[in-house]
Design a protein around this ligand. Structure first.
Ligand SMILES: Nc1ncnc2c1ncn2[C@@H]1O[C@H](COP(=O)(O)OP(=O)(O)OP(=O)(O)O)[C@@H](O)[C@H]1O
Ligand SMILES: [Mg+2]
Length: 264
């Protein structure tokens, strides 16, 4: 771990009925890290990511989550100062990131409003500075040609890139991306991963990305955190995630879907 954590999760548990979605998960994320969050379906990845952004609470008790040193949630309650953290966090969900009836441009420009909740931008002209930042972000992620198109007519990959552009306009310092490539073809998926990687390496953004494709985690991320049934079962360098550990995380069937060239 680096000495400068931008996210800190302490003993976060989350129970839905009788199911433990998170089981005393602790995690520090250093500034400028690129972390893959992996684990089988239902292991708690989305629950953890949503909790970090204050979109859902963890159980009352020990669980404390801070971002940039400020409170996100504690004692089962989202902090009233959560907005301070959230305006610096870009959250990219697996789908339905954009408002379908609005253009890609407007969706991305809305990032400039932070999460204040105002729809002011929809009715007036955008300031020149916002327009410039929006077009720059759209160019950066390679979808500027689609700026005028309604979001619900864009492909999944274009929408994902739009969501990343919105995070850039928002001036997010952390990107939390939940399965950003799960529904994309391999070429689009690679492009989205390369954009995230570039934002991490070139701009120093901190990225936490949940991935089902272990090979993407290995290729693009420096550190891997693995959850299994809500518990953290691996946290370390990507290079330390060998075949045995992966079988431990995903079960013996993982062997059957093991790809060529994987670490042995
Ligand atoms: N709102 C909810 N109500 C009840 N159970 C929930 C709720 N949200 C999540 N769960 C349960 O918590 C567990 C963890 O879910 P979560 O969505 O975090 O898993 P995940 O690792 O993101 O899975 P996937 O890879 O399929 O996206 C699952 O068993 C899920 O059914
Ligand atoms: Mg999920």
């Amino acid at each position: 771990m680096t000495s400068d954590p931008v996210l800190s999760i302490r003993a976060a548990s989350k129970t839905f009925g009788s199911r433990r979605a998170l089981d005393a998960v602790s995690l520090d994320v250093g500034r400028g890290e690129m972390i893959a969050l992996i684990g089988p379906s239902g292991s708690g990845k989305s629950t953890l990511l949503r909790s970090i952004d204050g979109l859902q609470t963890v159980d009352e008790g020990e669980g404390v989550i801070t971002a940039f040193g400020g409170p996100v949630q504690a004692k089962g309650r989202v902090s009233d100062q959560v907005r301070k953290a959230r305006i610096r966090i870009g959250f990219i969900a697996q789908q339905f990131n954009l408002v379908g009836r609005l253009t890609l441009f407007t969706n991305v420009a809305l990032g400039s409003l932070g999460r204040i909740g105002t729809m002011r931008g929809l009715f007036g002209a955008w300031p020149a500075e916002t327009k410039a930042a929006t077009m720059a972000a759209l160019h950066r992620v390679g979808v500027a040609d689609y700026a005028a198109q309604r979001a619900n007519t864009l492909s999944g990959g274009q929408q994902q890139r739009g969501a990343i552009a919105r995070a850039l306009v928002q001036k997010a310092k952390i990107i939390l991306a939940d399965e950003p490539v799960a529904s994309l073809d391999p070429v689009s998926a690679r492009k989205v991963m390369e954009i995230l990687r570039d934002l991490n390496k070139t701009d120093g953004l901190t990225v936490v990305v949940t991935l089902h494709q272990v090979d993407y985690a290995l290729r693009y991320c420096d550190r891997v955190v693995a959850l299994k049934a809500g518990r953290k079962v691996y946290d370390g360098p990507t290079s330390g995630l060998g075949r045995d550990k992966l079988i431990d995380i995903y079960g013996p069937e993982f062997e059957d879907v093991f790809w060529e060239g994987a670490p042995q």
